[in-house]
Design a protein around this ligand. Structure first.
Ligand SMILES: NC(=O)c1ccc[n+]([C@@H]2O[C@H](COP(=O)([O-])OP(=O)(O)OC[C@H]3O[C@@H](n4cnc5c(N)ncnc54)[C@H](OP(=O)(O)O)[C@@H]3O)[C@@H](O)[C@H]2O)c1
Length: 345
């Protein structure tokens, strides 16, 4: 059994990790931290886990994480980088759901996240945890940077087109929407029911932290200079993410060839569903599951290709993706413990 620790067990990605790992056949939950809830049985806070998780939260200083085989950090940025070096030295693998190891360039990280990076020597080593595009590196990694939720949709949607050189890399436009759980469980005015329900708005238009992460990754797929305009929006739903990705075609290509490009690219990726050309994927078709669904469109058969991408921000966008990485790091089937079908309606 893989002994698992979770730092940040009271947050949304933390409880989602618990939901997935409580029924994972190869996992033993060993330590779950909370600074505020030290001693409280986990199932007292989350009755959904009654009968499945029988340990209590412990404060991060008391939890002996070095006895784990792997530790997930479901915490704000800055927490994993403070503890990863000691855990790695103790032979513990680390998966960070925050951004500490996603951006290789220390200066870029510090500019966007406004904190000093305290272990830049680990940046190069960290594997970027997007299994569909980086499977081999994750398999051999002891430190994984789990991708951001929006960046997951943008990369999987744009990758086949950029790799094939079919679209203008300099004019990518990503119009993306997230449910409110994307902001986490902490109390903030903007996520109050009366602020976020029955309302729809863009945010971070002038610059969002997921832009440098996504641009750096997309740049690996093409020799042309990537130019990405990314506009996130908050939608009044709890879970779910919908990204509408626009690309300007630079080559003469049929719709059948476009569709085949995606089907071939993801034929061995169990968590990417390439839907029939012209489909309209819905966020609820992914709710609670690790599946990302996408579909291609080409209005008027013109020179714009549109990729519609949906996922559950807490599963494929965060905790499910992290478990997918853990499976690869420990030599398990990628799908182990992740075969839930989306909850519908
Ligand atoms: N929500 C999403 O859809 C999503 C998607 C992808 C990635 N992420 C990333 O995943 C991370 C967690 O997100 P979330 O939505 O789960 O956040 P959250 O709901 O706000 O939970 C944060 C957790 O971190 C703990 N924590 C906060 N500061 C800490 C510290 N200094 N030391 C130790 N523990 C600390 C909190 O627990 P206590 O206060 O009880 O200690 C809480 O359990 C973030 O980096 C986020 O950007 C989130």
């Amino acid at each position: 059994m893989i002994k698992v620790g979770i730092v940040g067990g009271t947050g949304y990605t933390g409880v989602e990790l618990l939901r997935l790992l409580a029924v994972h056949p190869d996992v033993q939950l060993t330590a779950i931290t909370s600074r505020k809830e030290d001693g409280l049985p986990v199932a007292d806070m989350f009755p959904s886990l009654r009968g499945r998780v029988d340990i209590a939260f412990s404060s991060p200083d008391k939890a002996d994480l070095s006895k784990c085989d792997v530790v997930f950090f479901a915490t704000p940025h800055g927490v994993a980088m403070a503890q990863a070096p000691a855990l790695l030295a103790a032979g513990v693998k680390v998966i960070d759901l925050a951004a500490d190891f996603r951006i290789k360039d220390k200066a870029v990280f510090e500019k966007w996240y406004k904190i000093d990076h305290t272990c830049p020597e680990l940046l190069e080593e960290a594997a970027y945890g997007l299994a569909e595009l980086n499977r081999d590196a994750i398999k051999g990694a002891r430190l994984v940077a789990n991708p951001g939720c929006y960046p997951t949709t943008m990369q999987l949607g744009y990758y086949p087109l950029l790799k094939a050189g079919l679209i203008d890399a300099g004019s990518l436009i990503a119009d993306c929407k997230s449910g409110v759980s994307g902001a986490g469980r902490k109390a903030e005015i903007g996520t109050l029911f009366s602020e976020s329900s029955d309302n729809f708005k863009a945010y971070g238009v002038a610059g969002h932290r997921h832009t440098p992460e996504t641009s750096a990754q997309l740049q690996k797929f093409t020799a042309d200079k990537v130019g990405l305009v990314f506009t996130p929006h908050l939608v009044p739903m709890i879970r779910g993410m919908h990204s509408t990705l626009y690309g300007r075609l630079t080559k003469d290509v049929s719709n059948e060839a476009l569709q085949a490009l995606f089907e071939v690219q993801y034929k061995d990726s169990p968590f990417v569903d390439v839907m029939p050309f012209g489909s309209h994927p819905e966020t609820r078709s992914t709710r609670g599951s690790n599946m990302l669904r996408l579909a291609l469109h080409r209005p008027d058969n013109g020179n714009t290709v549109i990729v519609l991408v949906v996922q559950d921000n807490l599963v494929k966008g965060a905790s499910g993706q992290a478990v997918q990485c853990m499976n690869l790091m420990f030599g398990l089937e990628e799908t182990t413990g992740l075969t839930q079908i989306a909850l519908l309606p």
